[in-house]
Design a protein around this ligand. Structure first.
Ligand code: ATP
Ligand code: MG
Length: 428
């Protein structure tokens, strides 16, 4: 237990919503702690992106205390408590469980309801709803720096696994036996990479070494969870470094339907575009701007899309592009699910690439009024930056947006009006 005077956390750095959840639980007679990324980030002087709470209250109890709350997850039940736009994740302390319920496959709805713990034959945790006390909970957390608990009751910091020492030494260390923990949940390997990149920490050797050996286990992780992780990898502000690490541990092979070229080998423009998009994403986040998942996906799938369209028999048109896009998205969906709302944005951005390059009045008007115009234009600039020849249209569009209404009309007059389609003369 580290007293208030020896750690830098203060209540005023904690979001109101998180404090209300902690006090709400405590007033109802339960223990409640801030835990995980928020405590870690506060100690590092970073802005936590969200707050997680750990408690001895069971999900149903938590549900009853907060009006705007709901239980989510079957295999790992937690409660989301909502305050305005903020969601606080409340997790009941997890306990140890014997590896007695061995299931062959993903548990059915029925099994998840009946069992509170289950593993696969390979040791993967399939159901993790055995509750325990705070000591056990700390053993079940992934990394030592993620197993720090902060309590408003006395303002102490609880450190069960020397997380504070690792934090000071900027070291990422898994809790317990690395091989076993990765077997239980292979996604922890991706998390290790993500935290190493985000925090600039070095992975301790026992934590790092098994990744090269066990990365194939990620193939058995659920593709929906992999997509969630992928989004965090892309939009977390350290996408460039994360990707470099992912590639060096060969994890990109598991996450993507295609391989990425190494940054230091001869890359073609499509590969360079990926690198540029990752760098841009990091810059945007550093400047407080958002990153659209659909845009990032459009960039990451650009190399296979280019390959597909190079193999076409005829010239690339909208219909053929649509078919190529469908194939590329489908192939990727076998690695990570992609929600339609996200892949649709990527497809629109790709489609705009064809249209933005057309120098005719109708296309210009169409593009300029398109809801994804900005994303399409940014993507066009990325293509040119990566060395692709887009007929100088990037500059044309930059200019078009900067000038006033009159000059715009003038620019439009310069581009050809589209040759009218010959109408068949009606007879009689
Ligand atoms: P960030 O929110 O900045 O991405 P985080 O550490 O808060 O990082 P979350 O995914 O929000 O990550 O998880 C909150 C906490 O829950 C973690 O800090 C960790 O203690 C625990 N945790 C999350 N995922 C796992 C896992 N797969 N295995 C063990 N513990 C986990
Ligand atoms: Mg978190």
């Amino acid at each position: 237990m580290i007293p208030r005077a020896e750690h830098g956390i203060s209540r005023k750095d904690v979001s109101d919503a998180a404090l209300r959840v902690v006090y709400g639980l405590q007033n109802a007679g339960f223990a409640a702690f801030l835990v995980g990324g928020c405590v870690r980030d506060l100690l590092l002087g970073l802005h936590p992106k969200d707050f997680d709470v750990a408690t001895d209250a069971h999900p149903e109890d938590v549900r009853k205390i907060f009006r705007r709350s709901r239980i989510i997850g079957r295999r790992f039940k937690i409660v989301h408590v909502r305050f305005g736009r903020e969601i606080i994740e409340v997790t009941t302390f997890r306990g140890h469980h014997e590896a007695n319920n061995r299931l062959k496959q993903v548990p059915t709805r029925e099994q998840s309801r009946k069992l509170d713990s289950a593993h696969s034959h390979a040791g993967m945790t399939l159901i993790d709803n055995v509750f325990g006390n705070i000591d056990e909970d700390a053993d079940r957390r992934d990394f030592t720096v993620n197993a720090l608990y902060y309590t408003t009751d006395g303002f102490n910091l609880l450190d069960f696994h020397d997380g504070l020492r690792d934090l000071r030494d900027r070291r990422l260390r898994i809790v317990g036996d690395a091989r076993e923990r990765y077997r239980e949940d292979p996604v922890r390997m991706l998390r290790a990479i993500r935290f190493a990149a985000k925090l600039g920490f070095t992975m301790e050797s026992e934590t790092e070494a098994p990744i090269r050996e066990l990365f194939h286990l990620l193939e058995s992780a659920s593709s929906a969870r992999l997509f969630d992780e992928l989004l965090k990898l892309l939009c977390g502000g350290h996408a460039g470094e994360t990707f470099r690490l992912l590639r060096s541990y060969r994890l990109d092979r598991i996450l993507f339907s295609h391989e990425f070229a190494e940054e230091n080998t001869a890359m073609d423009p499509a590969d360079r575009l990926v690198t540029l998009a990752l760098r841009n994403s990091d810059e945007r986040i550093a400047n407080g701007l958002g990153v659209t998942p659909g845009f990032m996906l459009a960039a990451l799938l650009w190399p296979p899309l280019q390959r597909q369209s190079r193999n076409l028999d005829g010239a690339l048109n909208l219909a053929r592009l649509g078919e190529c896009a469908e194939r590329v998205v489908l192939a990727q969906s076998s690695q990570t699910t992609i929600p339609r709302r996200i892949s649709n944005v990527s497809k629109e951005i790709w489609e705009l690439q064809l249209r933005l390059q057309r120098r005719d009045r109708r296309s210009v008007n169409y593009c300029f009024n398109h809801p994804r115009f900005r994303a399409g234009y940014d993507f066009l600039l990325l293509r040119e930056q990566s060395g692709e020849d887009a007929g100088g249209m990037g500059e044309w569009w930059t200019n078009f947006q900067q000038v006033d209404e009159n000059q715009r009309i003038h620019l439009l007059e310069q581009v050809s009006a589209r040759p009218k389609r010959r109408r068949r003369r009606k007879r009689g």
